[in-house]
Design a protein around this ligand. Structure first.
Ligand SMILES: Nc1nc2c(ncn2[C@@H]2O[C@H](COP(=O)(O)OP(=O)(O)OP(=O)(O)O)[C@@H](O)[C@H]2O)c(=O)[nH]1
Ligand SMILES: [Mg+2]
Length: 242
C-alpha cells in the first residue's frame, strides 16, 4: 500500500521540468489501438509516462487526473470516457499502471492515469516511490483542473480514496467519484451504495454510478470531466464530446 497518511500542505509551486521531451520507457507505454468506431475525442493520444517528476509533461493548459485503488478500474474508465478500447492499458492483475501516464484529449487538455494505491504485493521501495511520485504530482501541477476518484462499488470509499479527496479539497480542486463496476451489483444495492457515499461526501465531490463494461454513466462522467476542463479556463472550441 502507499503510505501517505500525513496531512499534505500543498501549494501550487509550478514545476520547472520539460519532461515531454523525454521518451517514455518503451516497455511501459500503453498500447495505442486504432479502432474503427469514432472516439469522442478524435485527437486523443498517449503523450508520455513519467517514472519521476522531471518526466511530467509541461504544466500548461488543463488536465484531469484519475486516481483510485489498484485494480479499481481507472484505466477502463478512461477508455470508456474516451470511447477507445486499449487507449489506456488495463489488466486483470493489480498494479498495471506504474507510471503517471499523460494523454492528450485536445490541444492543452489532458487526462492523467495515476498509479493505483493499496496494492500490497509491491516492495516497500516501490510503495515509497509511488507515494513520492503522487505527492509530487499533486504538489506541482498548476494545470490540475479536477480529480476523478475511481472506487470499486463493492468496496466503497477507502482511507486512501478519502485522502485523495482531502488533497483535492486542500488544492481547491473539483473532485468527482465514479462508483465503478456497478454492473457487479443489483440495481437496488448499487443505488443504496450511491446514497451512502453521497451522504458521506456531502457537497465536497460529485458521485455517480459507473460501469466501463456496460457503458453505464459514461455521458455523466464525460460531462463532469468537461465541466472541470471548462472551469479551469481552457477553451474547448472544436470539442465534440457529449
Ligand atoms: N465488471 C467490470 N469490470 C471492470 C470494470 N472496470 C474495470 N473492470 C475490470 O477490472 C480490472 C482492472 O481494471 P483496470 O482498468 O486495469 O484497473 P486500474 O484501476 O487501472 O488498475 P491499476 O492500473 O492496476 O491500478 C480489469 O480486469 C477490468 O476489465 C467495470 O466497470 N465492470
Ligand atoms: Mg490502470
Amino acid at each position: 500500500m502507499l503510505h501517505c497518511r500525513e496531512t499534505p500542505n500543498f501549494t501550487r509551486k509550478g514545476f520547472q521540468g520539460r519532461a515531454e521531451q523525454l521518451p517514455a520507457p518503451a516497455a511501459t507505454r500503453p498500447v495505442s489501438v486504432h479502432r474503427k468506431r469514432m472516439s469522442h475525442y478524435p485527437a486523443a493520444s498517449y503523450l508520455t509516462g513519467a517514472y519521476e517528476p522531471r518526466q511530467f509533461c509541461t504544466d500548461a493548459g488543463a488536465e484531469v487526473a484519475f486516481a483510485g485503488r489498484s485494480n479499481a478500474g481507472k484505466s477502463s474508465a478512461i477508455n470508456a470516457i474516451v470511447n477507445r478500447r486499449g487507449f489506456a492499458r488495463t489488466s486483470k492483475s493489480p498494479g498495471r499502471t506504474q507510471l503517471v501516464n499523460f494523454f492528450t484529449l485536445r490541444p492543452e487538455q489532458r487526462l492523467v492515469d495515476l498509479p493505483g494505491y493499496g496494492f500490497a504485493r509491491v516492495t516497500r521501495a516501490m510503495q515509497d516511490h509511488w507515494r513520492a511520485l503522487l505527492g509530487s504530482y499533486f504538489e506541482s501541477r498548476r494545470s490540475l483542473a479536477g480529480l476523478f476518484v475511481i472506487v470499486d462499488i463493492r468496496r466503497g470509499l477507502g482511507d486512501y480514496d478519502a485522502q485523495m479527496l482531502g488533497w483535492a479539497a486542500t488544492l481547491n480542486c473539483p473532485a468527482h467519484v465514479l462508483l465503478t463496476k456497478a454492473d457487479k451489483l443489483k440495481r437496488g444495492a448499487a443505488a443504496a451504495t450511491l446514497l451512502t457515499v453521497r451522504k458521506e461526501l456531502g457537497p465536497t465531490a460529485g458521485v455517480q454510478l459507473f460501469s466501463a463494461t456496460k457503458s453505464l454513466g459514461v455521458d455523466e462522467a464525460r460531462e463532469a470531466l468537461e465541466r472541470m476542463l471548462v472551469q479551469h479556463g481552457t477553451p474547448t472550441s472544436g470539442a465534440d464530446a457529449g
